[in-house]
Design a protein around this ligand. Sequence first.
Ligand code: IFM
Length: 440
Amino acid sequence: MDEIPKAKHDHGPLKFPEHFLWGTATSAHQVEGNNTNSDWWEWEQRKPLDKQSGKAADEYNRYDEDFEIAKSLSLNSQRISIEWARIEPVEGQFDQSAIDHYKLVLKSLKAKHFKVMLTLWHFTLPKWIADIGGWENAQTTDYFLRFIERVVPEFDDYVDFWVTLNEPGVYAFMSYLQGFWPPQKKSRWAALRVQWNLAKAHQKAYKLLKMQSRHPVGIAQNMQSFHSSHKHSIIELASVYVSDIITNHAFYKLTGYDTHDFLGINYYFHHRFNRRDKFLPTVEDAREQHRDISDLGWEVFPEGIYDVLMDISNHKPIYITECGIASTNDDRRTRFLIQYLSEVFRAVESGVRVKGFFYWSLIDNFEWDKGFDPRFGLVAIDYKDQQRTVRASAYVYSEIAKHNQMPHSLLRLLGHTVRVEEVLCYMHDKPKALCQHFNT
Ligand code: IFM
């Protein structure tokens, strides 16, 4: 079991900074359903049915219901994305009804007093853009800018933060290096080109947004934590150093920190380099090493979020734009929340300007090439009838958000198997029905 992190105030509650944003994040293609004019939709049609997004969580029609749930959980912010393929399904032809739809979505958020973080590009492209080479083609940047120029005046009144791009590095890696995602290339050169074009697109989009809007602009960067298994192995340490630069810092170096008003961090991954008897180290398989892993085999390593926060910390405000666990076991999600939030708190106490946390995800969603099996949601979706069920872990998150603090006693619970009902009983406003089994 991982060591329980030490908070500075040994017994007091972990109080987060005033005006901290407590939210959840989603992306359009993963929840809306029927995104028929996108490159992903086209690609999925050649996959088995359980790997097709289809109706997804039908968020296109049920957004108001879901935001109502988020509100009932005392959250004060939401990160969502808009779908370029719906708004500009054909080159140069903007669909006003799609724009009006997203206006309604944003108005629904604002009516519930959420701070809104809006992502302009989250992995999917209109088919016509994919047909001209997607982000491999430098011209895509011009089309992206035209799209931004068209939508920002429509949405600016309902948005508080703009995210130009989601995880540009992950996209280049999955779509152009590993070839798992469309267009399934396996070319280092193409991956570099895509990364370069995305960096230029962000730089230009930043300038444009600064002319069109007074709201802060950033990206959501997937930051990963790296360690060496043997502290004295120079070659393992060198691998950690190089991986950190390429994965976590290269995009910021390419774009320049001055094109980011805030730093958005998506945190999911921890890697351990191990040389064993070889010359070059390889990354350990967390599953083989019997480490604590999610249903996707990703290591649960709370200290990693502290590491990346310390690593990226500069004078800019930081938002955790995504962090979550794929698990069908809600006790594990609860444990995850307590562990990761206590590490975020540790970073805050160390002076890092963390201003918000967006759990991924509000509802179960379409996890790209992995389909619907991974369950990230605070709210469960039954895909047979689109029934929403709020998971108990959501109430734990809600209690933390409502009070902007976490009772210190929760950390002690981590010493044994966490049961979500028990956790709730330790928190403020104990829900009586859930507490009857525990002597609290
Ligand atoms: O589902 C994805 C999301 O689209 C981008 N960040 C990571 C999430 C979990 O894999």
